[in-house]
Design a protein around this ligand. Structure first.
Ligand code: PEP
Ligand code: MG
Length: 580
């Protein structure tokens, strides 16, 4: 049994069979070969080695001719590794003695070699691991050939174990069969993590390298509550986790009973619980859980994974479905927040070394006006079908906000001229996710109809910590007093000026913070749909008066660790069934 500690990004526990993805995104099955097929499998291996050798020699010749011998020598080193008799001997041993298929033997052996290099002190030598991965890829390409299987052909439930999954790959996972996933890289606030919650499957990211220790078909436990991954669990552990799965189920059934009750505190204050969605189908998950509306529709997912830029009709159909399903309940449509880790068909800027500080979000929209206008036209057309609101992401200056509003009024004029109906009083809001916006919040509140605090980004920009980097995850902390003060300032400014303020970052769906946020005066929470029942449970179990005291006490503390443990303690006292 092997335990890996990663970062918990989507709750729940699942026990199942592993499907291991290689670093090109193809699965490497742990296949065994029959005793009488060993010779022919060895022949297949030798053919693959020869084919890979030919490819490398060809590259060496081209590069030597074009750039000189010195550069060709890089490939010479690859050829030497490929022809190494020790490597060939180890592969043969795995196939002959252990009856592993050549693909599995190649992957396992070369990854072990690469690991040795990766652990070396010398940066130069550690980089050589990439050469080994390159050879592995070549051999696998040749061995798997047409038999390479992607994630499209799943026929039974699996847990995906991969080096990395992009947000769009995650979005396209087959919901019927994928029951959980683990990635070696990734951070707490990455969009891959957010999509995992949307899929409602347990997920752990940022475990560090482990794929060499596991094979397709192995039993694995993913504990999305604690961020643990257990490879080859013993019977006792499996039994303990089975019990936990049952407990999760029982709690979910208890919480379901709250569905038709309002999110109202014990002293009668009504709170709005909205859902965050990435895909139109999730509106059904929100409706099923009694959401008061959609607080954040991440429309950029219409672009991710699409071959072409979605046209106005594609936008319109998606928004119509969501708005119609919600009826009189509000739907906040955020204009596309592309860039950084959410890349679409658009070419990325060439020199973007800090994409989270680069051309993303509203900045990208304002540089691509035809694309922006297409989306705004669709939102406006759909606005007559229910109660829509539009929201701009990542606003950092007043002028930027005014520019976005001008584009919107320009599109309105355009529709008017063409006699197309839209909601003239469509509320216009902005996300507060950059500290600069908080510093200037007294000005912003005069120019928008509502605010929504995006803590996922606010944390990263306040603490200068990349939301998707596992190596700085301990700094990526919603409990940090600096972050809490910015949230308090924003809520206070909105309440003072009488405009609604929502909080739609992941923090909103974490029961640990609910009392604190209620105590600051927040009355709108927008959370991943599966978190609605839990947050409602907290709201119904506490009074605003006690929450106020808790918020004041937390704000007086000086470090994240004390604040978090204080808030956890307060939650445990009042709603013990939700305490981790
Ligand atoms: C946020 O930053 O908190 C947010 C809700 O937006 P996203 O996670 O899509 O960046
Ligand atoms: Mg954001």
């Amino acid at each position: 049994m092997q335990k890996l500690q990663g970062i918990a990004v989507s709750p729940g526990v699942v026990i199942g069979e592993a499907l291991v993805m290689d670093n090109e995104g193809f699965r490497i099955p742990r296949r065994f070969v029959a005793r009488d097929a060993v010779e022919s499998e060895l022949e297949r291996l030798d053919k693959a080695i020869a084919a890979a050798g030919e490819e490398i020699s060809f590259n060496r010749d081209v590069v030597s001719r074009e750039l000189g011998q010195k550069y060709g020598a890089i490939f010479e080193a690859h050829l030497q590794m490929l022809g190494d008799t020790q490597l060939r001997g180890e592969l043969e041993e795995m196939i002959r003695q252990r009856h592993y298929a050549p693909e599995y033997a190649v992957s396992r052996t070369l990854r072990r070699y690469a690991q040795v290099f990766q652990k070396l002190e010398s940066h130069y030598l550690a980089e050589r691991a990439n050469d080994i991965f390159d050879i592995e890829k070549r051999l696998l390409r040749s061995l798997l050939g047409r038999r390479r299987e992607g994630l499209a052909q799943l026929t039974s439930p699996v847990l995906i174990l991969a080096h990395n999954l992009t947000p769009s790959e995650t979005a396209n996972l087959d919901r019927k069969y994928v029951r959980g996933f683990v990635t070696e890289v990734g951070g707490l606030g990455s969009h891959t993590a957010i999509v995992a919650e949307a899929l409602e499957i347990p997920a752990v990211v940022g475990t560090g390298p482990f794929l060499t220790d596991v094979s397709g078909g192995d039993v694995v436990i993913i504990d999305g509550d604690q961020g643990l991954v257990i490879l080859h669990p013993d019977e006792e552990t499996v039994a303990r986790y089975r019990h936990e799965v049952e407990e999760h189920r029982t709690l979910a059934v208890q919480l379901e009973a709250l569905r038709d009750l309002p999110a109202e505190t014990a002293d009668g204050v009504r709170v709005n619980l909205f859902g965050n969605i990435e895909f139109p189908y999730e509106v059904d998950h929100c409706a099923k859980r009694g959401a008061d509306g959609i607080g954040l529709y991440r429309t950029e997912f219409l672009y991710l994974g699409a071959e072409n830029e979605p046209d106005e009709e594609v936008h319109y159909q998606a928004y119509s479905r969501v708005i119609r399903t919600m009826g009189r309940r509000p739907v906040t449509i955020r204009t596309f927040d592309l860039g950084a880790d959410k890349l679409s068909h658009m070419p990325s800027p060439e020199d973007e070394r800090n994409p989270f500080l680069g051309l993303r979000s509203i900045r990208l929209a304002l540089r691509n006006l035809p694309m922006f206008r297409t989306q705004l036209r669709a939102i406006l057309r759909a606005s007559v079908l229910g109660k829509a609101q539009v929201m701009f992401p990542l606003v950092s200056t007043i002028l930027e906000l005014r520019q976005a509003k001008m584009v919107l009024s320009d599109v309105m004029e355009d529709l008017d001229e063409r006699g197309i109906r839209f909601d003239r009083d469509l509320p216009i809001g902005m996300m507060v996710e950059v500290p600069a916006a908080v510093m200037m919040i007294d000005h912003f509140v005069k120019e928008v109809d509502f605010l929504s605090i995006g803590t996922n980004d606010l944390i990263q920009y306040t603490l200068a910590v990349d939301r998707s980097n596992k190596d700085v995850v301990s700094l990526y902390n919603a409990s940090d007093p600096a972050v809490l003060k910015l949230i308090a300032t924003t809520i206070e400014a909105a309440n003072k000026s009488g405009i609604p303020v929502n909080l739609c970052g992941q923090m909103s769906g974490n029961a640990v913070y609910t009392m604190f946020l209620l105590g600051l005066g927040l009355r709108q929470f927008s959370v991943t749909p599966s978190a609605i029942p839990e947050i409602k449970k907290v709201c119904r179990s506490v009074s605003i008066h006690e929450c106020h005291g808790i918020a004041q006490r937390a704000l007086s503390m000086e470090n994240a660790r004390d604040i978090k443990s204080y808030l956890k303690g307060e939650l445990r006292k009042r709603v013990p069934e939700l305490s981790p």
